[in-house]
Structure formats: structure tokens, C-alpha cells
Design a protein around this ligand. Sequence first.
Ligand SMILES: NC(=O)c1ccc[n+]([C@@H]2O[C@H](COP(=O)([O-])OP(=O)(O)OC[C@H]3O[C@@H](n4cnc5c(N)ncnc54)[C@H](OP(=O)(O)O)[C@@H]3O)[C@@H](O)[C@H]2O)c1
Length: 272
Amino acid sequence: MTALPEFSIAGKTAVITGASQGLGRGIAQVFAEAGVDLCIAARSLDKLTQAAADLRRHGHKCIPVQADITNAADVERLAATAIMELGHVDILINNAGIGVFKPLVPLPGFNPPTARDLPNFFAPTSEEEWFRVLNTNLTGAFLCMRALGPHMLARKQGRVINISSANAAKAGRYRFSYDASKAALSMLTRSMAVEWARYNINVTAIGSGYVETELLAENMADPRLKEKLLSEIPMRRLGTEREVGLLAAYLAAPASAWLTGQTVFLDGGILA
Ligand SMILES: NC(=O)c1ccc[n+]([C@@H]2O[C@H](COP(=O)([O-])OP(=O)(O)OC[C@H]3O[C@@H](n4cnc5c(N)ncnc54)[C@H](OP(=O)(O)O)[C@@H]3O)[C@@H](O)[C@H]2O)c1
């Protein structure tokens, strides 16, 4: 069977943040297999270097850059390194993200959701916790788009894929800062899609449902919470990192050239 050329991303170049593990690692894996040269970023160098070495086995470049996406100087260095090492950047994937899962203030008469208390679960949410989530999930994407935007605008070519969440459209308890950050990221996606459309730059987002990564490890380790999570999903299973990677490959490919501004929800039916 001949592969359709419109679905090929071979020969492209991509920057993926938070690609040392989880969804970012899964996306990087699919892209490496598809023939994309990569620049991957995260804060912890060990895991990142190991991921880059594994990804290079597919025969394409994979440059690890230690960077904190909440730090503008780090992000500028990441963008400059990617352009220098890869020649140019076709695709930016803003994937790095975190969650602080707790109520805004303690709820009277409330039972803890897990047998083990989550850190600071019974203290009011601090400004530090609120800004940590917003700075990573929203400001990080802003900084990366600001750093690579001029490059993409000058080339009149680019794809930006923001890893949002089903929680951009559906609220959950004890995750208000995460939900707000992802809803804002999906709106940022729409705004930038409109602002950059005439420069042939598509800006989209993936609204992922639950995928078993370290972000969810705490929840999945608790049988009561695991059952509750699965009961929310009509397909009764978590998504896989590979399924998210395959959607990202489509959003980076010529086949999706007329798709911009959308958050594509990949969630086993949660939002249906
Ligand atoms: N797992 C899910 O079910 C799910 C569902 C919907 C959306 N998402 C979204 O998918 C994305 C990835 O989540 P995940 O589940 O794969 O999480 P994860 O396993 O915890 O991985 C997060 C990645 O981001 C990096 N990172 C975190 N903060 C960073 C920072 N300030 N600067 C640079 N890198 C940073 C981490 O590396 P370092 O810690 O070394 O920096 C790691 O590589 C997030 O945006 C998350 O909100 C996940």
C-alpha cells in the first residue's frame, strides 16, 4: 500500500517541550519514526538525554536542550539552539505542563480523595501553586510562541500544536487552576491561529483525555480513583501516548493544512 503523501511529515523539524517522558515523549517517538529531526526540552537533563539517545536510534537528529519553559531566557536559548542545530523549525509542540490538584480552599466535611494525602491538600491554594500551574501551562506556551514566532513568520510557514486537555471544556473538582490554564491555552490557540493565519502558520491544540503518565500516576495507584476515572470515559479505557502522537502527526502534516484554531478533543468520548 502506498502511503498518502499528504500524511507524511518526513524531513520536517520540530521542537517538543516536556518530551523527556509522558505525552511529549510519545509524540517525539511518533515523530522520530515518521522521519522528523527533533529538538526536545525539559528541566531534568538525565531523562532528557536518555530520551534523545533512544529517539536518535530511528536515524534522525534529536537534540536535547535543558530548559525551563517558564524562564524567558531559557526559552530564547531553546529556540536559538533548535534553529542553529536543525537549520529551521517547522513545528512547535507546546506540551510541557503540570497540575496541582486540590480545592481552592478546604471544603467543610470533605473526605480526602485518596488514602494518602496529596501534598498540602488541606491548605488553601497558595499564590505560588496557582502561578506555578499558570506559568507552566499557559505562559510557557506564550514564551515558546514568542521565541519561535518571528522565525515562522519570516518563513511564512509553521505549525504550532498546543497540548491542552479535555479539561479545557469540562471542569473537574480539585483542579480549578489546571482547568483554567488549559481553557486559556485553548483560547490562546484560537487567538494565535487568527493572528498568524495569513502567514501560513496553523495553530491548533489537542484536548487530550486521560492518558496514563506520571501526571496521573497518583490517581491510578488508588483503586477507588482509578475506577472513578474510568467510569467517566465512555470507552472505559485510558488513551495512549501513541494515540496522542498520531494526532499530533496529523496536525503537523499537509493533510491538515486547512485546520486551524481548533482544539481537537481526543478523549474516548468524555466530552460526547
Ligand atoms: N496525562 C494525561 O492524562 C493528560 C491529559 C490531558 C493533557 N495532558 C497534558 O499533556 C502534557 C504532558 O503531560 P504528561 O501527562 O505527559 O506529564 P508528565 O509525564 O509529568 O511530563 C511532563 C513533562 O513536562 C516537563 N516539564 C514540566 N514542567 C516543565 C518546565 N517548567 N519546563 C520544561 N519542561 C517541563 C517534564 O520534565 P521536567 O520535569 O524534567 O521538566 C516532563 O518532560 C501536559 O501539558 C498535560 O497537561 C496530560
